[in-house]
Design a protein around this ligand. Structure first.
Ligand SMILES: Cc1cc2nc3c(=O)[nH]c(=O)nc-3n(C[C@H](O)[C@H](O)[C@H](O)COP(=O)(O)O)c2cc1C
Length: 175
């Protein structure tokens, strides 16, 4: 089972979250996890994936231009239906609590739905999520005055999303 995680990140916060998601996915037996900055991610490798997770810093409530430019290279894959039925999930970071986390997550999900992907969110029975998470994926606040890139709680949310996506993808590959 192949899972790729593609991220944009200028200051390292979203990269740290992506690494937590990768760690969670790797906990699931049989998962081959590919973690890539968007500048290195090859869109033509996506048909080989069973699950695709992408994320970015929220820029004014929506997808950062770096990741959006990459997503806009997916036209051929869309035309050929190559990503239909892949499992998808999203993540983002912002500097402020009400700085557009959920808007960014929803904007990240939209192109996945256009591709025919099956979205895996993060349900409320996951303890970390019930406390302060989001149902749309993982969106975390990273105050610019903070000492750590992301907190241990943030990392736990990331691991929970990665593990869930791998478990969901496993169910599809076993069929
Ligand atoms: C062009 C631009 C727009 C941004 N817009 C917002 C915003 O609307 N709300 C917010 O809370 N943070 C905003 N930020 C801050 C980043 O989302 C935040 O610092 C993020 O955690 C950076 O992630 P990174 O370290 O992975 O680059 C913006 C940053 C940039 C560069």
């Amino acid at each position: 089972m192949n899972i790729c995680i593609v991220y944009d990140s200028e200051g390292g916060h979203t990269k740290a979250l992506a690494e937590s998601i990768a760690a969670g996915a790797q906990q699931v037996s049989g998962a081959n996890v590919y973690l890539q900055h968007v500048d290195e991610a090859d869109v033509y490798s996506l048909p080989k994936m069973d699950a695709i997770i992408w994320g970015c810093p929220g820029h004014f409530g929506t997808i950062s231009s770096g990741l959006k430019s990459w997503i806009d290279k997916l036209g051929y894959l869309w035309a050929e239906g190559k990503l239909i039925n892949k499992v998808g999930a999203v993540f983002c970071t912002t500097a402020t609590t009400h700085g557009g986390l959920e808007a960014t997550l929803l904007n990240l999900i939209t192109p996945m739905l256009h591709q025919g992907m099956i979205i895996a969110g993060l349900p409320g029975n996951i303890p970390e999520n019930a406390l302060y998470g989001s149902y749309y994926g993982v969106g975390i606040t990273c105050p610019i005055e903070g000492n750590d890139l992301i907190t241990e709680d943030d990392q736990a949310l990331g691991r929970a999303l990665g593990e869930r996506v791998a478990q969901v993808a496993q169910q599809f590959t076993e069929r």
